[in-house]
Design a protein around this ligand. Structure first.
Ligand code: AMP
Length: 126
């Protein structure tokens, strides 16, 4: 059974209660344009099932994780950045500034991006 959380913003987009510029959807995932893009192309890829964050992705969600990755590749083709390149980011928790607690991948591209994201900072190895 697919589960939506009534007070979740992204669940409400899935249900069509809140408008969004949807670029791709199938039975498992929905992809729509971020309302505050940080790059020329910025798409959010979310599962239809409500999962709060990557921390809450369980072994039973293996197929969902795969569907999100496949959707990222399909969306990159649809929006024309397959060959130029793109990045897929899953902000998770406070340090990553996750603000919407329905797991989502940010697919960003359409410009040259820098790496590492914080050059000059000391790295911490376990
Ligand atoms: P995060 O900070 O990683 O949780 O990302 C949440 C993203 O959702 C942000 O990039 C927001 O701009 C985006 N966002 C919030 N509300 C909407 C909305 N109604 N439609 C599309 N994107 C949204």
């Amino acid at each position: 059974m697919i589960y939506q959380k009534p007070d979740c913003l992204f669940c409400r987009i899935i249900l069509g209660e809140i408008p969004a510029k949807i670029v791709y959807r199938n039975d498992h995932v929905v992809a729509f344009r971020d309302i505050t893009p940080v790059a020329p192309q910025h798409i959010l890829i979310i599962p239809v099932k409500h999962i709060s964050s990557l921390n809450d992705l369980g072994p039973a969600d293996e197929m969902i994780a795969g569907h999100m990755l496949l959707a990222a590749r399909i969306v990159a083709e649809i929006i024309g950045i397959r060959e130029s390149g793109y990045r897929l980011v899953f902000n998770t928790g406070a340090d990553a500034m996750q603000s919407v607690f329905h797991i989502h991948g940010h697919l960003i591209g359409g410009t040259q991006m820098g790496w590492p994201p914080f050059p000059g900072l000391p790295t911490v190895h376990a």
